[in-house]
Design a protein around this ligand. Structure first.
Ligand code: XMP
Length: 520
């Protein structure tokens, strides 16, 4: 368990997909918090962790289910403020003498509006300026009777107990999710909660950095570590952070799997060698990766193959540097949530992000993943804190499996060369128009289809490509970028004229969800 001098808030996780957003909102408020699954928190844990306040997250379960997730015994008798969110509200009521009913006909998903009750509560400071607040509901069961000591402070048409509190005990329980963007005043509610709980907001990115360094030293001891460097901001921040922690125990391995963008390998290796004094191996493994990918068309098989080969290559280099025991990666929270389900089962796996889902069980290296709790913009803030060059911090994300997942169907050297050339033109256009920093990520996907065209007086029969550019806050949801028609027309003309092998260009206007950002 972490030992730190700051006041700590404990988030007990009941398995909601958005629990990490609670942590993120709290970090924005400079509050130190940790998320622990409900089944690992008991009275002894609470004694040791000594939280100044607790938040009970939402979750998919029903309090009626056999073995329903419950908070630890004695939690409500510790005299600390507690906020229950959604399922967290239901377990609070269930444990404290209220009633919960099954969701027949009253399940509610999506936007709702809450209006205030007659009584005011300081938790709602800044709320209801316009008479009501938009909130985001996502629940099956609902509270039908509040526990003794609680009163109602806000209702919505379908949730008579949308906001409830027991002011004497500092308990607060809401039916909706204050942590998501769709509850615009939710952050204010969390701010009020931590303010009332007495947090002084002294947890900064500088403190996060110190803490992360301490944890890395603790985990690694005097062992050697190799770090998979992709040139993206995540692995670069991870490498610099780990280097601060353990110095020359770290060797970075930049694997060129033959699936990189134009000039990428040179740029990354040069930037790292020029700026940092970190041992760096440049491993050209393109024959290995492209050889194994020959004939593979299924997206998950591609991802798993690439993940497996990465591990083989890392293991080879781990031995070469004199027996590294750890592999460091820049895995972020969205990679984790989209690759593994809460229960650890495969049911909701959307993609096996290579740095999470593709690792073979028998890997001889342990993982160091210092960014595993963070979202992209937080990693960028940490990168700034660590002094990484702004041009590096601003780079668009690039996935570990590289161009393989932007090339639906079989990946061949010929297709990769065409894709690289088209992608370079698209990014050049975006930079020339001053749009690079307004876009989360932009790239070209080469479609596995040839179409007929006419150029000059001749017939062409070449590949079609799709341009993809999205805005996003954290990669978990995304909107397509609204380029002007002029920009799109000019870009299509340039790609078709400058790139041999492409004769048709489309623009992908799918948001996420229902699409994903990458094509595979
Ligand atoms: P999707 O396509 O899942 O992508 O909407 C969300 C974000 O994650 C990136 N991505 C990956 N990053 N390894 C990574 O390091 C992967 O296997 C991977 N797959 C997708 C993607 O580029 C986008 O930024």
């Amino acid at each position: 368990m972490t030992q730190i001098a700051h006041d700590r808030l404990l988030i007990i996780d009941f398995g909601s997909q958005v629990t990490q957003l609670i942590a993120r909102r709290l970090r924005e408020l400079n509050v130190y918090c940790e998320i622990h699954p409900f089944n690992r928190v008991d009275a002894a844990f609470l004694d040791e962790f000594s939280p100044k306040a607790v938040i009970l997250s939402g979750g998919p379960a029903s309090v009626f289910a056999e073995g329903a997730p419950m908070p630890p015994a004695g939690l409500f008798e510790r005299g600390i403020p507690i906020l229950g969110i959604c399922y967290g509200q239901q377990v609070m009521m269930h444990c404290l003498g209220g009633k919960v009913e099954r969701g027949h006909g009253t399940a509610e998903f999506g936007r709702a509006f809450v209006t205030p009750a007659a009584e005011k509560h300081p938790m709602l400071e800044g709320w209801f300026a316009d008479g009501r607040e938009q909130v985001w509901m996502s629940h099956g069961d609902h509270v039908s009777q509040i526990a003794p000591g609680f009163a109602v402070y806000g209702t919505s048409p379908n949730a008579p107990f949308a906001i409830t509190a027991d002011p004497a005990r500092g308990f607060f329980a809401v039916q909706f999710h204050p942590e998501v963007h769709h509850t615009p005043a939710g952050a204010q509610l969390l701010r009020n909660f931590v303010h009332l709980a007495g947090f002084n907001g002294d947890w900064t990115m500088g403190a996060y950095r110190e803490e992360a360094i301490r944890k890395i030293c603790e985990q690694v001891g005097d062992a050697k570590v190799i770090c998979g460097l992709s040139g993206g901001v995540d692995s670069s921040v991870a490498a610099v952070l780990i280097h601060e922690a353990i110095g020359d125990q770290l060797t970075c391995v930049f694997v060129d799997h033959g699936l990189l963008r134009k000039n990428e390998a040179d740029e990354v290796v040069t930037m790292f060698r020029d700026t940092y004094n970190i041992a760096l191996i440049h491993a050209d493994e393109s024959d290995l990766f492209l050889g194994e990918l020959a004939g593979v068309t299924d997206p998950e098989v591609k991802r798993k193959t690439i993940g497996r080969l990465f591990i083989d290559v890392f293991q080879k280099h781990a031995t070469a540097v004199g027996g590294a025991k750890f592999l460091a990666q820049g895995t972020l929270y969205p990679d984790v949530i989209e690759s593994v389900s809460f229960s650890g089962g495969p049911s909701v796996t959307i993609k096996s992000h290579h740095n999470v889902g593709g690792l073979p069980e028998k890997m001889g290296l342990k993982l160091v993943e210092p960014l595993r709790e963070l979202f992209k913009d937080e990693v960028r803030a940490l990168g700034r804190e660590l002094g990484l060059p702004p041009s590096f911090i601003g780079r668009h994300p690039f996935p570990g499996p590289g161009l393989a997942i932007r090339c639906p169907g079989e990946v061949t050297r010929e297709k990769l060369a065409i894709l690289r050339a088209a992608d370079a033109v698209f990014i050049d256009q975006i930079r020339k128009h001053g749009l690079y920093d307004d876009i989360w990520q932009a790239f070209v996907a080469l479609l596995p289809v040839r179409t007929v065209g006419v150029m000059g007086d001749g017939r062409t029969y070449d590949y079609a490509c799709a341009l993809r550019a999205v805005t996003s806050v954290d990669g978990m949801t995304a909107d397509y970028f609204p380029f002007s028609h002029e920009f799109l027309g000019e870009t299509a003309t340039r790609i078709i004229n400058e790139v041999q092998g492409i004769n048709r260009c489309t623009y992908d206007i799918t948001s996420k969800p229902p699409g994903t950002i990458e094509w595979e």
